[in-house]
Design a protein around this ligand. Structure first.
Ligand SMILES: NC(=O)c1ccc[n+]([C@@H]2O[C@H](COP(=O)([O-])OP(=O)(O)OC[C@H]3O[C@@H](n4cnc5c(N)ncnc54)[C@H](O)[C@@H]3O)[C@@H](O)[C@H]2O)c1
Ligand SMILES: O=P(O)(O)OC[C@H](O)CO
Length: 381
């Protein structure tokens, strides 16, 4: 570990407060925090690896990290859970990476959360509500949650962030962790940063920082749950637009223009929904950094590029299944959810990039519309 980073880790550890119920019992072996990761896809597996390295190192956590697996049978006929526990690798979603011997895969959701007071949600966003319904009444009363899920739901009452969904369904506090975090790069310990968004309890946020922080994964906290979560959610829509630009071979300047316009819409949409969202959040890892990495190297960009190269003739579902082998895109459904909000509120004209992305994804417009619309934008936009 580089000396400066080591000092920073020590400083983080020493700065943890000890006057909160969450902390009072930390040195008591029977009250160590126990962590369950709910999800075991590409990012879920890497998150488990990060966490497992810290629970082994820090005495205030139980060594074991439970990882809930949405069970499936592999082509070999074996269950994915059995293979993860035998090989210590998620051979389907993160092949070639050891998770840490203290990661225990568990296909039984209720059993996986039973003893844990720190719940890490990291599944594709469309599955969170169903998972929460199964967890009602099954979790510890003192549980805290964090969502690594990039996405949102749209209810009759309006848009609902995933952290709010978890909080409301389970009656627990939910922070978020978002950032420029392409999982495969973090899996091989390449340096990156992330942002924990928290509502009002700084001690809880620091506990989450402690759980994730490593010398190659630098985590900072920002008191802006909605801002952090909306950045992580909305950048996936811009990534789809960036993929269209790549598929149309429009070049780097056009892509940069799309990213700039996308960032403006991300900020405007976030602030219209939640006036409390802070400008500074857009300069954290969860903001501009995630937007950049996602538009350069993410799955949403990659599949959208293929969609444009095929002239919109092959559906996103088909391309996702063929190109991602079970991993899931979030950008197409998020574009649809955002579009629903925009149409209900009469904001479609305020958000031409977001609207156009959805109209292309749903086949109403050709991929080339992504640049045609931006050419027509008023220059002051
Ligand atoms: N992969 C990344 O680089 C990355 C980085 C940061 C954030 N994220 C976010 O993390 C979240 C999870 O993504 P991921 O990459 O870990 O997953 P993934 O796309 O790699 O894998 C899909 C997962 O969904 C599971 N699944 C399939 N059907 C299901 C069902 N009916 N119910 C529950 N689970 C089901 C699969 O078993 C698998 O674990 C997403 O919101 C994503 O945007 C991903
Ligand atoms: O691969 P994507 O497009 O789902 O993006 C992955 C991460 O969200 C990047 O931070």
């Amino acid at each position: 570990m580089a000396p400066a980073l080591e000092a920073q880790v020590q400083q983080e550890e020493q700065s943890l407060p000890h006057n909160n119920n969450f902390y009072n019992t930390l040195n008591d072996a029977t009250h160590r925090s126990k962590v369950t990761v709910i999800g075991s896809g590409n990012w879920g597996s890497v998150a488990s690896k990060l966490i497992a390295s810290n629970t082994l190192r820090l005495p205030s956590f139980h060594d074991e990290v439970r990882m809930w697996v949405y069970e499936e049978t592999l082509p070999s006929g074996e269950k994915l859970t059995d293979v993860i526990n035998r090989t210590n690798e998620n051979v389907k979603y993160l092949p070639g990476i050891k998770l840490g011997q203290n990661v225990v895969a568990d296909p039984d959701l209720e059993n996986a959360v039973r003893d844990s007071n720190m719940l890490v949600f990291v599944t594709p966003h469309q599955f969170v509500e169903g998972i929460c319904k199964r967890l009602v009444g099954k979790i510890r009363e003192d549980a805290e949650a964090i969502s690594l899920v990039k996405g949102m739901e749209v209810k009759m009452e309006g848009p609902c962030m995933i952290s709010t969904l978890i909080s409301q369904q389970l009656g627990i506090n939910c922070s978020v962790l978002m950032g420029a975090n392409i999982a495969n790069e973090i899996a091989v310990e390449k340096f990156s940063e992330a942002t924990v968004g928290y509502r009002n309890n700084k001690e809880v946020a620091e506990r989450w920082v402690q759980l994730f922080y490593t010398p190659y994964f630098i985590v900072t906290a920002a008191q802006d749950v909605e801002g952090v979560e909306l950045c992580g959610t909305l950048k996936n829509v811009v990534a789809i637009a960036a993929g269209f630009v790549d598929g149309l071979e429009m070049g780097n300047n056009t892509k940069a223009a799309i990213m700039r316009l996308g960032l403006r819409e991300m900020k405007a949409f976030s602030k219209l929904l939640f006036p409390s969202v802070k400008d500074s959040t857009f300069f954290e890892s969860c903001g501009v950094a995630d937007l950049i990495t996602t538009c350069l190297g993410g799955r949403n960009r990659k599949v959208a590029e293929a969609y444009a190269r095929n002239g919109g003739k092959r559906s996103f579902d088909e391309l996702e299944a063929e190109m991602l082998q079970g991993q899931k895109l979030q950008g197409v459904s998020t574009a649809s959810e955002v579009y629903e909000v925009l149409s209900h509120r009469g904001w479609l004209e305020l958000f031409p990039l977001f609207s156009t992305v959805h109209e292309i994804c749903s086949g109403l417009l050709p991929p080339s519309a992504i640049v045609e619309y931006s050419e027509k934008l008023p220059r002051s936009f």
